[in-house]
Design a protein around this ligand. Sequence first.
Ligand SMILES: Cc1ncc(COP(=O)(O)O)c(C=O)c1O
Length: 390
Amino acid sequence: MKYADIGLLANTHVRHLPLSLENKAVIEELVAQHGSPLLLLDCQVLRQQYQLLKHALPNVTLHFALKPLPHDVVVKTLLNEGASFDLASNGEVDMVRRQGVDPNSTIHTHPIKRDSDIRYAMEYGCTRFVIDGVNELRKFIPYKDQVQLFLRLSFPNADVFSDLSKKFGCNVDAAISILQQANDLGIRISGISFHVGSQTMDPQRYVYAIGRCLEVIENAQQAGLPDITTLDIGGGFPVSYGEEDLNIHEYCAPIREALNKVPNKIALLAEPGRFIVGPAVMSVASVMGQAIRSGKPWYYLDDGVYGSFSGILFDHGHYPIDVFNAEAPRVESVLAGPTCDSIDVIDEAIMLPKLNDGDLIVTRMMGAYTSATATEFNFFKKANIVALNE
Ligand SMILES: Cc1ncc(COP(=O)(O)O)c(C=O)c1O
């Protein structure tokens, strides 16, 4: 389907202006065709985000992390742009296999795996895996001649949506000992990786982590261990959910500078997820019904916290929500989801004009960790994803 002319999602600078009537007609047509709730996936934005990051990190191979939006069209679109892929589960292996992704352009970055998971990915042809400890290292003894491992280091970061170093990664001080044990077992650890945390607003987090990784690489060399030939700087690249514009090229300037210090013989990888898909999806939900409670209007939508807005709970998400009759006077209102649970409230104090049952609510920046973590609690169906500009 082609809606290239409407600039629905791609135009990041119109993000906070009232939605145009022109877009209203298109969205109403899509709802008439596909029903509500919907998630509109704009492939043009996917391409744009991929290219923006590619230009911001020119010497880095981008492995799109499927987890924020595992969807065939996303994989197909990014594959056509030349992307590589980051996998973490058998379902993700299935998805890239289905799209004909070359397994040599994939890495499996889940640090904790069952033997059956390792074999599943290897049967597909993926040979690069992440470990973060000796227990996980030992699982590769049977496959040591077929795989290359990356050792994930932890860099705790309390300032982010999701501090991934709390759950994964080894202490920097333990790295040499693990590299040594791998060497003793005859297993090749050829890379070092990290994840500074999702939606990392401060690029200095990457700068610090890159510096520490370089120390580990140097120490390994001095200890006579095999060369580290890959540095994987993970995901975490941020998008703007608020009023401010986030220029990814400027954001990455200190990261580019830090990467300039990495010897040329070391290949550079990244595992971006949110940055690629976050801005590429707009959610459309409809008002199912309404009530006045304690003097405040409550609007009940056909999508909520158990559905596409699951990121409110799982991702600390706060999304730009808007309506079409933006000029009308607004009062403080409550937007709730459809389920019978009281936690299913999207916003308890949102300024909204008077809405009628059936009115549409549109929310931007809904691509990352939204549909991916949605449930069908109470049998309210997950929003259909409709791809535009494929
Ligand atoms: C190993 C790994 N790589 C990449 C990502 C993607 O991170 P982000 O969406 O913050 O770019 C994640 C997110 O959980 C992850 O766990």
